[in-house]
Design a protein around this ligand. Structure first.
Ligand SMILES: Nc1ncnc2c1ncn2[C@@H]1O[C@H](COP(=O)(O)OP(=O)(O)OP(=O)(O)O)[C@@H](O)[C@H]1O
Length: 249
């Protein structure tokens, strides 16, 4: 079997008496989209936070391309190849689209922030930022103020910022949120192509998108993975239908 790019093993975390992830073991293999679904409050965002390093697990580990990154801070995981998009936008709204992409490229370069001004003139960084914008279809909007983008375009820009790192794996928290049917369809098409570049661990409530994209689905309920398998297997699983999918299956 192909080596996983990303692997969690026994990730466990409680907030006080509330267990939010319990012994979560999953992996992400080259070329795939692995969706994590589950009801509100199941622990999906806290799982992503432990994978990306913003939250320390009580027990368990995270490894990236075979390297244990459990104690690394988020920026070090990003440098090790983990690309992340957020449920809530982390963009600088008053800056232009290109400036946001450049901030990502500058962060990826590992240079201190005092190089921000020179970065605007740095051909290599600019090239990296422009290539990422081109990749997500925002090249024509490079000079636009980010606040003036549509919600869907901001989501695309978030992916572009993550792309400037040339990640080996993505974790994405609800990239379809608030997109509407057309935007969701466009993003689905985009993620479909992106998986060949870097596999995606996808937390998403939009079941049409999940069923269209996922190579595998893991279902999280009360912090525990209750089922993991292909789209067809998950849709047919009685426990999953009862706990989460209901009519959506
Ligand atoms: N910092 C925190 N302190 C205490 N409890 C928290 C904290 N963050 C999350 N929780 C609780 O942990 C549980 C899991 O939350 P989490 O946001 O991971 O769920 P989720 O599956 O991502 O939900 P959603 O689908 O609504 O985004 C919830 O009961 C939530 O209230």
């Amino acid at each position: 079997m192909t080596e996983p790019v990303l692997q969690t093993s026994g990730l466990t975390k409680s907030f006080g008496a509330l267990p939010v992830t319990q012994d979560v073991t999953l992996d992400l293999r080259p070329g795939e989209i692995h969706a994590v679904i589950g009801p509100n409050g199941a622990g999906k965002s806290t799982l992503i936070a432990q994978i990306s390093g913003t939250l320390a697990p009580d027990a368990g580990s995270v490894s990236l391309m075979g390297r244990d990154v459990t104690v690394l801070p988020p920026h070090a995981r990003a440098h090790a190849g983990l690309g992340r998009t957020f449920q809530i936008s982390a963009l600088a709204m008053e800056d232009t689209v290109l400036q946001n992409a450049l901030l990502g490229a500058l962060g990826a370069s590992g240079r201190p922030w005092r190089f921000w001004r020179p970065a605007l003139r740095d051909a290599e960084l600019r090239g990296r930022a422009e290539a990422a914008l081109e990749r997500v279809g925002l090249a024509d909007l490079a000079a636009k103020r980010t606040a003036d983008l549509s919600h869907g375009q901001r989501r695309q820009l978030e992916v572009a910022v993550a792309l400037t790192l040339q990640p080996r794996a993505f974790v994405m928290d609800e990239p379809m949120a608030g997109l509407g049917p057309d935007g969701s369809k466009r993003m689905t098409g985009f993620l479909d192509g992106l998986r060949a570049e870097a596999p995606i661990l996808l937390v998403e409530h939009d079941m049409d998108a999940v069923f269209a994209l996922a190579d595998r689905i893991s279902v999280l309920v009360y912090g525990r993975i209750i089922a993991s398998g292909s789209v067809d297997a998950i849709r047919a699983d009685p426990a999953v239908r009862e706990a989460y999918l209901g009519d959506a299956a």
